[in-house]
Every structure is written in C-alpha cells, then in structure tokens.
Ligand binder design. Structure first.
Ligand SMILES: Nc1ncnc2c1ncn2[C@@H]1O[C@H](COP(=O)(O)OP(=O)(O)OP(=O)(O)O)[C@@H](O)[C@H]1O
Length: 333
C-alpha cells in the first residue's frame, strides 16, 4: 500500500464575499444600510494528493485560485467547505507541530528585515522554531553553502541583489527543516541566472532532505526542470492532474521556432512553414507541429534568408491558454 499523502485536499472550496459598492459618498451611505455582496468562487471543490518527496507544479492563469489554495493548505485562511490534511495535520488549526513541518515562500512577499543582515532574521526564526544554537549554525552553514550565499549573510538585506534576497528568503524559510514546502512564484522577477540557481537549489533540497514541494511558477523552465507532475487549476477548478509530458503533448503538440531574418519578409512568405504568431521587422515567431519540426526547420533554413534560428518550448501561458480553450476533466483527482 502507498504511504499516506503529505498533502491531501478533498473538495477544498473557498468563496469570498466581496462588497458591491460604488465610489460616491451616496453609494457608501447606501451600502451602509443595504449591504450588497457578490460571491467570488476562488476555489471550487479541488481534490488531490501529493505524496512524500514529490515535487508538483501548480499551474493556472492569474486569478485561477492557486494562492488561495496554498493559503488554505498552510492554514492562513479557513475553507468555505472541504477537508485538508498536510503532514498529518488539519492546516487551519495552526498547531505548533504543524507549523514546524511546513513552510510557505511567496515570491512577492518578504520576511527578511530590510535594514538588518539576513543572519539576524535567521536568528529570530531560530528562536521562534526553538532551534538549538549549534544546530542553527550547522543549518545556516549548510543551506548557505547550497545557495552560494555564505559571503552575503552579514550584509544588510537592502544591499543584496534580488536573486540573493530570494536565496536568503529561502534560507530563512527552511531553517526549521520543514517537510512540506509551498513555494508561490519563488523565481518571480529574477534574472535567468538567479532563476536557475533557485531552481537547482529546490531540486537539491528535495533530493537531500526528501521534502515534498508544491510549486507555482509562471516560468515554464521552472516547472519543466523540477516537476514531473502538474496540477492545473482554472477558475477555481482542477482541470488536470498528471504528468507534465502528458499536458504538453495533449495541449501543446507544437514547438516554437524563433527566427531572425537577414531582411524583413511579409507574413505570407513565412506562413507555409508554420503558424505565424509574431512578426516584427526581422524577428518572427512560428508555431510548428512537433512531428514536423525537423522537416520544417530544414525547409526554413533552405528557403528563407535566416540569420538565426532557435527552437523553444511554447510559453507556459500559451499552453495553459490551450488547456482552457479545451478543458478536460481532472485525471486521477
Ligand atoms: N481576500 C480576497 N477577497 C476577495 N477575493 C479574493 C481574495 N483573494 C483572492 N480573491 C479572488 O479569488 C480569485 C483567486 O485568486 P488567487 O489569488 O487565489 O489566484 P492565483 O491563481 O493565485 O492568481 P495569481 O497567479 O494572479 O496570483 C481571484 O478572482 C481573486 O480576485
């Protein structure tokens, strides 16, 4: 029999009541007496299980319900309906033993104290999580080495680069050695090198400590590098639960060919080689069916004045958009 899930969500649902009120003073007064609300169904009946040691990508467009789901799973908000069990605990009870087993990192939120060195925030966390001094030092050194951050621990946080700051955020969030990591856009806004470093670190952390990771990211490269399995959520509902490969094959059976031409060409000249998604000056972006890729690239190089050609996976946003044009029921959920 399979071991118990590290994260279990059953019919998880969150509805927000949003006040309907105009901007004017009269509207405010009217709202005071006759309150009008609209229900936003942020998350609607989501069920899935993540097993210990898995790294699962959580995908969906803006406003799909990812953050709301993560907030329920970490106990920051109560669900309107449904159950969850994370590391054996009901998250919204916020038991101390639960908080020691999980962490939530949000790429757009910061816990480090701006004017102080990162190591001071680490100390604060060590006190909160009751980590003994010797163990604290050992963990800081180990994590700092994994993150290539050892030199930066004593600099005020405000002097760190964005990438270094994110690394320090991760260190602070992992000091208590949680078993379950909820990472909400951990690479948001980072340059490509920093993105790669964060991604490599998450992979190594998962390997070394067997941690379970649920990760949201808008960067396809993060998901492709880390997650074999993805959950796709749209308008609060789970649309897909399965292998990343399956998702790409099913919804993006094409590759993107980026071209730099020696001279500008009209759209009609490119159309025979693929679906022209962008054409500006000498730069073009074509979509080509996967199974015809080699043949089409050969034809493009033979027949067009090409200075540079690059084959890429289609942007995640585009793949997701296709998922939503042709929704399917969740698999295995
Ligand atoms: N506190 C709140 N009150 C009212 N509505 C909310 C609240 N928090 C989120 N929502 C709404 O719930 C829906 C889901 O939001 P959520 O932040 O979970 O989406 P998301 O998938 O994380 O999106 P993003 O990728 O943009 O962060 C959105 O329509 C959002 O406007």
């Amino acid at each position: 029999m399979r071991e118990a899930p590290a994260v279990l969500a059953q019919d998880l649902t969150k509805h927000y009541q949003v006040a309907l009120k105009g901007e004017s003073l009269l509207a405010t007064l009217r709202h005071f007496f006759f309150r009008n609300y609209r229900t936003v169904k942020a998350v609607e009946g989501v069920s899935f299980a993540v097993y210990p040691g898995e790294v699962v990508g959580f995908l969906g467009p803006n406003g799909a319900g990812k953050t709301t789901t993560l907030k329920m799973l970490t106990g920051l908000i109560h669900p309107t309906r449904g159950q969850a069990l994370v590391a054996g605990h009901v998250p919204w009870r916020r038991e101390k033993a639960f908080l020691k087993k999980i962490t939530l990192v949000m790429g757009n939120k910061q816990q480090l104290i701006w004017d102080l060195p990162a190591v001071d925030t680490f100390r604060l966390n060590a006190a909160i999580y009751e980590i003994p001094e010797a163990e604290f030092r050992r963990r800081v050194l180990e994590l700092a080495e994994m993150l290539a951050l050892t030199e930066k621990l004593h600099q005020p946080v405000r002097k760190l680069s964005l990438g270094e700051r994110m690394k320090a955020e991760l260190l602070a969030a992992l000091l208590h050695r949680p078993q379950v990591l909820f990472l909400d856009e951990p690479t948001l806004g980072l340059d490509v090198n920093a993105q790669v470093a964060v991604r490599e670190f998450v992979r190594e952390y998962n390997r070394r400590f067997g941690a379970t990771v649920l990760l949201t990211s808008h960067y396809m490269a993060d998901i492709a590098a880390l997650c074999e399995r993805v959950l796709v959520i749209h308008q609060g509902r789970l649309l897909y639960d399965g292998a990343l490969e399956g998702l790409l094959e099913r919804f993006a059976p094409y590759r993107e060919v980026g071209l730099t031409l020696k001279a500008p060409l009209p759209r009609e000249a490119l159309a025979p080689f693929g679906e022209v998604r962008e054409l500006e000056g000498r730069e073009a972006r074509l979509l080509v069916p996967r199974e015809r890729l080699t043949e089409r690239v050969g034809e493009i190089l033979n027949r067009l004045p090409v200075e540079d050609l690059e084959v890429r996976e289609p942007p995640l946003e585009e793949v997701i958009a296709r998922v939503f044009q042709n929704p399917v029921p969740a698999e295995g959920a």
